[in-house]
Design a protein around this ligand. Structure first.
Ligand code: FAD
Ligand code: SIN
Length: 535
């Protein structure tokens, strides 16, 4: 592979957002898609519950999806973005069907097959289309299959984007995107990719916490890349903790879908008593922030390791047909969910904030788009409603397509210097990276988790300052590796989360602090917007 490569469009990320955009543009443009590991390694592949989408044309169904999203978002959703996203629902599912994805159907009372709809927290009605309890796998494999066959799409696995190349960084006055420096982690070569249109589709940042449902790739790279390039980042205090991650020493990141609660699963204490009714009238189907906080409270109050999610009162055949992957995964660990409750704890799951974009996925830099979990569009507000994320990936891929096709690509490219490695040597202290990774994720979990306070946030900020300096020093002296790049990005993400959490002097949605436990009703709700320092 040549060290310098040029494409019309460079897409960083091969999840639902990145591949959808690639497929939508490939008939017109030469597109390269980068993936840090294997193409499937992203949150998309692991998605379970499904995709919320209104498929009938009833105005009441659209309005109800909008309302539920806004209520879950605790006053911070952008109502125009919510409407736009919900209205693109049917088109998005049609797109997936066109790519060959299938959805679970069941027979209705008349004996006809119709799409089965899941229900999850925050949804007042069933509106979530799914493929069993492994929706993401079906979605990911259909898109990868289509992309592999397209002559205009180049798929590059094990390519880690290090930094964006912008006109400002090369000394030009007028800012625009020019490409990215990318580490080929197999050949260890740093390559220069040039493109006048670049899309960040790098997923979330939940690896910043010790316990997470996310795969390894979710290290917030896109957020850090955009921040270093000069983009504003919004609402990073709203990190979402999924209430029910499996609690087991041999697999502590496996998700137990919220759809289990949608089908009647109850949260119970070790003595078998339910507790959600004491926290919210919607009980198990309250929005995620409320359920996760309630579990956290019960765990701390009773000094227990976990609570339990019990669906065993349903017929075994129902459980096995609705949740085949969860059933099998738990059985491997000797938990038969048709007979016994599942041990669960909350874990970091979704990044509601991210790179600020407009309704066409455009960032602050001309030619640079951000879509999927990396972006902050205004859809999720202070708490994302379940299954609205895959929808957002699809909708904003379509919006970016509309914008990109409307404009002629700027084909002029200045001379771009190669990556300079002349000043660095091989590291003799890899242990520093492993140690700092661990330390960062542990203090983020302990001090910046589900329940926060000023004291804990300041403690985390202090620890972070030390890490920041150590890592910057290391980065400037030693040859880069995958782990170092990720750590460098995680430190930026952690900093943005802590700064945003300290700036919010109230409790709202996913951000709960003991120092300001109430919602601030004295002024209009505001987003937390951070602007990068000018070099
Ligand atoms: P991802 O799918 O995470 O893909 C990110 C891509 O970026 C990967 O290809 C990765 O390799 C690449 N990448 C990252 N950094 C770099 C870099 N530096 N260089 C090159 N490539 C890079 N949402 C729902 O709506 N419904 C659900 O049922 C649902 N279930 C979920 C279950 C689990 C277990 C998890 C973890 C999440 C779930 N979510 C669900 C959330 C949803 O899956 C994600 O928000 C969504 O899939 C994100 O898609 P994405 O394309 O933005 O990113
Ligand atoms: C789940 O199936 O519970 C995950 C859904 C989501 O994160 O949207």
């Amino acid at each position: 592979m040549p060290k310098k490569q040029s494409y019309d469009v460079l897409i960083i990320g091969s999840g639902g957002a990145g591949l959808s955009l690639a497929l939508k543009l490939a008939d017109r443009y030469q597109v390269a898609v980068l993936s840090k590991f294997a193409l499937t390694e992203g949150s998309t592949y692991y998605a379970q519950g499904g995709i919320s989408a209104v498929l009938d044309s009833q105005p009441t169904s659209i309005e109800s999806h909008i309302q539920d999203t806004i209520i879950s978002g605790a006053g911070l959703c952008d109502p125009e973005i919510v409407r736009l996203t919900v209205e693109y629902g049917k088109k998005s599912i049609d797109f997936l069907r066109h790519q060959g994805m299938s959805f679970t159907e069941r027979q209705n009372k008349k004996g006809d097959a119709e799409l089965h709809l899941n229900q999850e927290g925050g949804h007042s009605e069933r509106r979530i289309v799914h493929h069993d309890d492994a929706t993401g796998k079906a979605l990911s494999l259909s898109l990868i299959d289509k992309a592999r066959r397209h002559p205009n799409i180049v798929l590059l696995e094990h390519h880690n984007a290090i930094d964006l190349i912008t006109a400002h960084k090369l000394g030009f006055k007028q800012q625009r995107i020019l490409g990215a420096y990318v580490l080929d982690t197999h050949s260890k070569q740093v390559k220069t990719f040039t493109a006048s249109t670049v899309a960040l589709a790098t997923g979330g940042a939940n690896k910043v916490y010790l316990y997470t449902t996310n795969p390894h790739i979710s290290t917030g790279d896109g957020i850090a890349l955009a921040w270093r390039a000069g983009c504003r980042i919004a609402n990073m205090e709203f990190m979402q903790f999924h209430p029910t991650c499996l609690y087991h020493p041999d697999n502590n990141s496996f998700l137990i879908s919220e759809a289990v609660r949608g089908e009647g699963g109850k949260l119970i204490l070790p003595n078998g008593s339910t507790f959600m009714q004491h926290y919210d009238a919607r009980a198990e189907l309250a929005p995620r922030d409320i359920v996760a906080r309630a579990i956290d409270h019960q765990i701390k109050k009773h000094g227990i390791d976990c609570v339990y999610l019990d669906i065993s009162h349903k017929p075994a055949v129902f459980i096995k047909s609705h949740f085949p992957s969860i059933y099998q995964q738990c059985l491997k660990l000797n938990i038969d969910i048709t007979k016994s409750p599942i041990p669960v704890v909350p874990a970091a799951h979704y990044t509601c904030g991210g790179v600020m974009t407009d309704s066409y996925a455009k960032t602050d830099i001309a030619g640079l788009y951000a879509l999927g979990e990396v972006a902050h569009t205004g859809l999720h507000g202070a708490n994302r409603m379940a299954s609205n994320s895959l929808l957002e990936c699809l909708v904003f891929a379509e919006r970016a397509r509309e914008d990109i096709l409307r404009h002629k690509l700027d084909e002029s490219m200045p001379v771009i210097p190669d990556w300079d490695e002349s000043q660095v040597i091989d590291s003799d202290e890899e242990v520093m990276i492993a140690h700092n990774w661990d330390e960062l994720r542990r203090f983020m979990w302990d001090y910046v988790g589900i329940v926060r306070s000023n004291k804990r946030l300041h403690r985390a900020a202090h620890r972070l300052e030390l890490l920041k300096n150590e890592i910057a020093d290391y980065y400037h002296h030693y040859r880069i590796s995958n782990d170092l790049l990720e750590l460098r990005n995680l430190v930026i993400v952690a900093d943005l989360i802590i700064q945003s959490a300290l700036a919010r002097k109230e409790s709202r949605g996913l951000h709960y602090t003991q120092d300001y436990p109430e919602l601030d009703t004295t002024q209009n709700p505001k987003n937390t917007i951070l602007t990068p320092p000018v070099d």
